[in-house]
Design a protein around this ligand. Sequence first.
Ligand code: 13P
Length: 333
Amino acid sequence: MSQELIEHAGAMVAHPKGILAADESSPTLTKRFVAHGLESTDSTRRDWRETLFSSPGLGEYVSGVILYDETFNQTTTSGLSFPNFLVQHGMLPGIKVDTGAKPLAGSDGELVTEGLDNLGPRLVDYYTRGARFAKWRAVLQIDQAKPSAICIQANAHALARYAKLCQESGIVPIVEPEILMEGDHDLATTRRVAGTVLAAVFDQLRSFEVLLPGMVLKPSMITPGTTGPTATAREIGEVSVECYRDVVPASVAGIALLSGGQSDDMATANLAAMNEIEALPWPITFSFGRALQDTPMKVWASSGRDRQRTQASLMDRVTATASVLRPRHLVNV
Ligand code: 13P
């Protein structure tokens, strides 16, 4: 079991590949569709995802795709389940298993991610049907009094329980503590908060004896708040890597960053800056949602859902992003 986890986690972050996060819940995807004047039905969502996943050559740069339960249960036009379709195209199927961020009792409007009820049997079922990795996203906000200690602890604890359950089912956990970018805070504040949050997450992961080479960390990039003072990609890259080095053990299989609502160019520039830093203890790659999908979705909407043009747009984003990754032999030097 451990060997399989380590192999799959390694494959997820193997150069020159990253992960495509296509696990927006149906309500979230509906919002994105509506913003582009697209109708959202189970059939149009299926068509959108099949268009993306069948892009020729995607598997050369994408190791795995995170699916939402609806897509996991759907079939392609050729009648294959989406997990089987991904495997046939050289990509690992992943599944979002949390049930969303809900109000945290005792906090001032903070959130805790739920989904632990019945998670063990759900993971066994997903594994049987092809899932080889999973994702759980915790959400933390920054302001004068946030994130609170209880919010950090509650989310770290849930992430660790989820990660251990995944590994017991042969599934690689993506551990995703996302610190939202909203706010007027500066880069140093995000750095401090991220250090505290990640340290709490790794404390809990260690308590639950999660196998670190059999997991992937998916943090947010360390950026200033959206209305705070600006920072260059180089500053963001250096501060992010410095923070991860402080708290992320070298034995973690890899770091796959989320894009968090940054423009696609900015997310790629920040990822490039991190990859330019020498002697990284782990591969640093992408697990982007919006930074890979926003532009193709515009093309899909404006072209009357033209498959080829949409796929060309996705491949532009994917190749531009993968091209900034540092070759494996330069990692760990
Ligand atoms: P973004 O890259 O759009 O932040 O999405 C990644 C993701 O998986 C969010 O949970």
